[in-house]
Ligand binder design. Structure first.
Ligand SMILES: [Zn+2]
Length: 376
């Protein structure tokens, strides 16, 4: 029998859920945080180091990979897993969001989007069919529907039109994806902050039928309160027995709030991008390691963290390598940030499993509210 992707819900606590997505390339424990490997690498990290933080799955970006080195080249070289030396599951986005945020001279029609590459100005087209083809060439385990997402705030008519176009593209994505045992296709709900449009979108997606469902169109400038307002109802509109993925989120408290509202998967560049600029996420909040207060500090960045940056180096050393623009600076802090995000996910999975998620959340927020340790 052909291998399938399945989702088993193991426990719920309030609206929060924990479970396992079983794939031919290994299990994905949920709630799951997916580090972003934009250009076939999680920047500043070896794949085995990403795995060591506890990541079960990575995200790859269709837009970047189709432009360079191209999906066809990756296919000829044995697929994305082999190419980047990550044998575990990979989810790829559809390219739609990044075309809208990065590419030049975009033209949107019913058929798809034409655009100019931000790298060399060359002309390209993405359609639902082409996006499915690219994600297949990459060998992605979890494929995302091709969709369109307006930045917020946008007026209701624009959001409604865009959502309905995305639902027609979802149907075309489903048809183009076909039947691929061992690979999953996720639909993407749109509708901005309009509850009735979210319901219309959810109904259209449920009618088509997907292996998982994403909440799209959030974390695009609306702010946390508005995002949580939408997440108070949006996940409930999606099937209970399939994974729910919140795209592009987020900061640690966004992630915890999303899980509390029934989200199972998330991705964000924040831990890796911040790691390269000297911003560390710790149990006691955000630390800017470039700040002069750290230059004589022999203590670890986060005494409760098991990562190499915290177990083998001082704040003073981390400060020094950032001030000196040494490559190890981004490597160490990225590792730490990814470790911290995965520790949050593990903490939530454990707490949901035994029904103590509320207490876990209180402790998470109380510890953050303490702020960083006092300077020496
Ligand atoms: Zn650490």
């Amino acid at each position: 029998m052909a291998p399938k992707i399945s989702f088993e819900l193991k426990a719920t606590d309030g609206k929060a859920r924990t479970g396992v997505i079983d794939t031919p390339r290994g299990e994905i424990r949920t709630p799951a945080f997916m580090p972003v490997g934009t250009a076939a690498t999680v920047k500043a990290m070896m794949p085995e180091s990403v795995r060591a933080t506890g990541a079960d799955i990575l995200l790859g970006n269709t837009y970047h990979l189709m432009l360079r080195p191209t999906a066809e080249r990756i296919d000829r070289l044995g697929g994305l897993h082999k190419f980047m030396n990550w044998e575990r599951p990979i989810l790829t986005d559809s390219g739609g969001f990044q075309v809208m945020s990065l590419a030049g001279l975009r033209k949107l029609t019913e058929r798809g989007v034409t655009f100019k590459s931000h790298i060399d100005g060359s002309k390209h087209e993405l359609t639902p069919e082409r996006s499915m083809e690219i994600q297949k060439l990459l060998g992605s385990d979890i494929v995302m529907c091709f969709d369109e997402c307006p930045a917020l705030p946008a007026d209701r008519n624009r959001i409604a039109e865009s959502m309905r176009l995305s639902m027609r593209w979802a149907e075309r994505s489903r048809d183009a994806f076909g039947d691929r045992p061992g690979h999953a296709l996720f639909g993407i709900m749109q509708g901005g902050l309009e509850q009735d449009l979210r319901e219309e979108s959810a109904e259209a997606l449920r009618g088509i039928g997907f292996d998982g469902y994403a909440v799209g169109g959030l974390a695009v400038g609306e702010g946390q309160e508005a995002m949580f307002g939408c997440l108070d109802y949006a996940p409930d509109m999606l099937p209970q027995d399939k994974p729910r993925y919140l795209m592009g989120v987020g900061k640690p408290d966004d992630i915890v709030g999303a899980v509390a509202r029934g989200i199972d998967m998330m991705d964000c560049v924040l831990p890796s991008r911040s790691g390269r600029t000297g911003q560390a996420f710790t149990r006691q909040g955000v630390v800017n390691i470039k700040n002069a207060r750290h230059q004589d500090d022999p203590r670890p960045l986060d005494a409760s963290c098991s990562c190499p940056a915290c177990s083998s180096y001082s704040r003073a050393y981390l400060h020094h390598v950032f001030r000196s623009n040494e490559m190890i600076s981004g490597m160490l802090l990225t590792w730490h940030n990814l470790q911290y995000f995965q520790d949050i996910m593990q903490g939530m999975r454990d707490a949901i499993a035994v029904g103590t998620f509320e207490a876990w959340q209180k402790d998470f927020h109380d510890t953050r509210a303490q702020g960083d340790i006092d300077p020496l």
